[in-house]
Design a protein around this ligand. Structure first.
Ligand SMILES: CC(C)(COP(=O)(O)OP(=O)(O)OC[C@H]1O[C@@H](n2cnc3c(N)ncnc32)[C@H](O)[C@@H]1OP(=O)(O)O)[C@@H](O)C(=O)NCCC(=O)NCCS
Length: 179
């Protein structure tokens, strides 16, 4: 099992651990993260962080490899998260990724490098031919991340998600193994 994936100078992906909880609580309590994601709670509590870490441990056992990664910055610890959702099992041809990066570290290319690293890793370790990502239409920065990481914009999905009683338009991006 891979325990760490190098991303760029000082940045690596590694499994979540209990010591990440203070940074998770610090960085995940942000309106922008809440508004641009589907499942991250707000406010983000100690119990939310504990449950998430437990789930990542269970997922690693269930799937036989790490699928949820902490983005780690040397000296700071956790600054974000990225992972595969395992939509069709580990042997499926298709999966979806999701990610977030803490506000102080944005616009330095870190999320793009993390998406590149994870995409390469899951193509290398699983029989995937397609990785996709859904981005809320009001989140152009995330669309830009995917484009820079080689993903293609495939379509505009009207009222694709329902969150707190509101339907949200999304943009679909995908990366094909040969690309
Ligand atoms: C989306 C997110 C992961 C980007 O992380 P990041 O490390 O800043 O991304 P990068 O630095 O690799 O690239 C960001 C790109 O978006 C661009 N960008 C930033 N804000 C933008 C905006 N409001 N409109 C358009 N582009 C924007 C940047 O200029 C950069 O592109 P460039 O290199 O061509 O200049 C981060 O903002 C985040 O965590 N947001 C909240 C959670 C989230 O949206 N998760 C994704 C859900 S699909």
């Amino acid at each position: 099992m891979h325990n760490a994936l190098a991303v760029s100078a000082g940045i690596r992906l590694r499994p979540f651990e209990s010591a990440d909880i203070p940074n998770m609580r610090l960085y995940l309590n942000e309106d922008l993260i809440y508004n641009n994601t589907l499942h991250i709670p707000n406010p983000y509590t100690q119990a939310d962080a504990e449950q998430w870490i437990e789930k990542t441990v269970q997922n690693a056992v269930l799937y036989g490899q790490t699928v949820n990664w902490a983005i780690d910055y040397e000296g700071t610890g956790l600054i974000g998260g990225i992972g595969a959702m395992v939509k069709n099992g580990m042997e499926g041809h298709l999966d979806e990724i999701g990610y977030w990066l803490a506000e102080p570290f944005r616009n330095q290319g870190i999320a793009t490098a993390a998406v590149r690293t994870l995409s390469k890793h899951i193509f290398a370790t699983r029989p995937l031919v397609r990785i996709e990502a859904h981005v809320f239409a009001h989140n152009p920065a995330s669309g830009r991340v995917l484009e820079k990481a080689g993903y293609s914009r495939e379509g505009f999905l009207r009222k694709c998600f329902l969150k707190k009683g509101q339907y949200i338009d999304a943009v679909l991006y995908a990366l094909i193994r040969e690309e």
